[in-house]
Design a protein around this ligand. Structure first.
Ligand code: UD1
Length: 417
């Protein structure tokens, strides 16, 4: 089991590229199942979640090769429609394979994803929508047995919540369905646009991705293409938090400023100066952060739930009280008990966390229990006195590519052991 040793109080400086977005790569890999011919997907981060999706593709009969950050995927020889429990459990987003496998083979048998570290992960919106598209679904013994005996048919789908995964699942399934599918109250995250851009390039007819209403006209076939994954806005926000807590100035390269529109003002409120130009973001942080006042997580374009944990860690050493309201996932404060071990002053009441800034945190032995919570502990370790020994690195590696290498290149003292 790897651990990270972070010795705090080193200033960061310099520049670094931001990796490709995990949350774009996973649905796009699932969507390759719809295509014939070769896909060349550039800027794929090297992450355990991406490896898990590649394993699912291979199991289904696809040919997947990786050359550094490029994945070559050929799905001409898909020869099964089941995904074993062991592969489904590797990544929570494996449910996005449901729409893809159904669209390609008319059948899908996969295990029901259970709850996870950040709370229950229901899939009722996925299942209801697919039923509306003509899919018969039997749920038994922890498995979903899905069939579309007359093929998938376009439908008018109204989501009761703009679920990212459900929107992606429906878009993918609708591409090869008969007729037109309309999704209202669709999720508007940039990763949905990246998925739609990829699929449209393959020959799909998706209109309105990134807006609340998405319309998909079904087509009969899709071809593999070359596609470059967008930069990861959550990794960018995490690195900004790393600079913020260390009073540093760093430049993030290859970002898309509009994707960070709800995040940048929070750092500015905390006293950081941000300059963006031609895909670069420079953050200059004060010696002492001001409080972040209120941070409410919301569906995009609101403040992302995935950036809550790293920002909350930064608020621990800000001057005054910051309030966080977690509106997306029920159980997303797992990192707080570990931050308290490091000297943070935080109180949680339901979905609200009150963070009273302290002068400094101190190094301690802590355990991460989820991906973004792990990132929060790294942020805290960077500003703590002494060394923080972080366990649960496997969670970090689901979403951050060699974070210890990136931070070391910026001058931090971070070692993986
Ligand atoms: C995606 C992201 C994840 C991010 C989340 C919210 C990927 C791979 N993961 O997860 O990093 O934190 O969006 O931005 O892209 N819900 C239901 N029923 C459903 C589906 C969802 O009740 O059928 C609820 C969830 O429990 C949660 C909320 O809707 O409370 C948001 O979930 P959703 O947007 O679906 O998140 P994911 O797609 O799982």
């Amino acid at each position: 089991m790897s651990r990270l040793l972070v010795t705090g109080r080193e200033k960061l400086n310099g520049e670094t590229y931001v990796q490709g977005a995990k949350n774009s790569t996973l649905p796009i890999l699932a969507a390759t199942i719809l295509t014939k011919g070769e896909n060349v997907i550039y800027n794929c981060p090297e992450l355990s979640d991406v490896e898990a999706s590649s394993r699912i593709l291979r199991y289904l009969g696809c040919d997947v090769k990786r050359y550094h950050h490029t994945l070559l995927v050929k799905c001409d020889t898909v020869n099964r429609s089941d995904i074993p429990d062991e592969l489904m459990r590797k990544t929570r987003s494996s449910i996005v394979f449901l729409g893809a496998v159904l669209a390609r083979t008319g059948r899908a048998k996969l295990s029901f994803p259970g709850g996870c570290e950040i709370g229950p992960r229901p899939i009722d919106l996925h299942l209801k929508s697919l039923r509306e598209m003509g899919v018969e679904i039997k749920e038994k013994h922890g498995y979903l047995d899905c069939r579309a005996p007359r093929g998938l048919v376009g439908a008018k789908i109204a989501l009761s919540f703009p679920s990212v995964g459900a929107t992606e699942d429906i878009i993918i399934a609708a591409c090869l369905a008969r007729g037109t599918t309309t999704i209202t109250n669709a999720a508007r995250e940039p990763e949905i646009c990246d998925l739609a851009d990829y699929l449209n390039h393959c020959g799909a007819k998706i209109y309105g991705a990134g807006e609340g209403v998405v319309v998909i006209d079904g087509v009969t076939s899709l071809n593999g293409v070359q596609h470059t994954i967008i930069p990861d806005r959550i990794v960018a926000a995490t690195l900004m938090a790393c600079a913020a807590v260390t009073g540093s100035k760093i430049t993030l390269k290859g970002i898309i400023q509009s994707h960070l529109a709800s995040v940048i003002p929070i750092f500015e409120d905390a006293g950081c100066k941000i300059r963006c130009s031609s895909g670069n973001l420079e953050i200059t942080s004060p010696q002492k952060l001001s409080s972040m006042r209120i941070v409410r997580t919301m569906p995009y374009p609101g403040f992302p739930t995935d950036a809550q944990a790293p920002l909350l860690a930064a608020a621990c050493v800000a001057d005054g009280t910051s309030v966080f309201v977690e509106n997306i996932f029920e159980n997303r404060y797992g990192h707080i008990s570990e931050l308290v071990r490091m000297g943070a002053n935080i109180k949680v009441e339901g979905k609200v966390a009150l963070v009273d800034g302290v002068d400094s945190l101190y190094g301690a032995t802590v355990e991460a229990s989820d991906l973004r919570g792990a990132a929060a502990l790294v942020v805290a370790g960077l500003c703590a006195d002494g060394t923080t020994d972080i366990g649960g690195v496997k969670y970090l590696e689901r979403g951050y590519e060699s974070l210890e290498v990136t931070l070391s290149s910026l001058g931090a003292n971070v070692k993986k052991i």
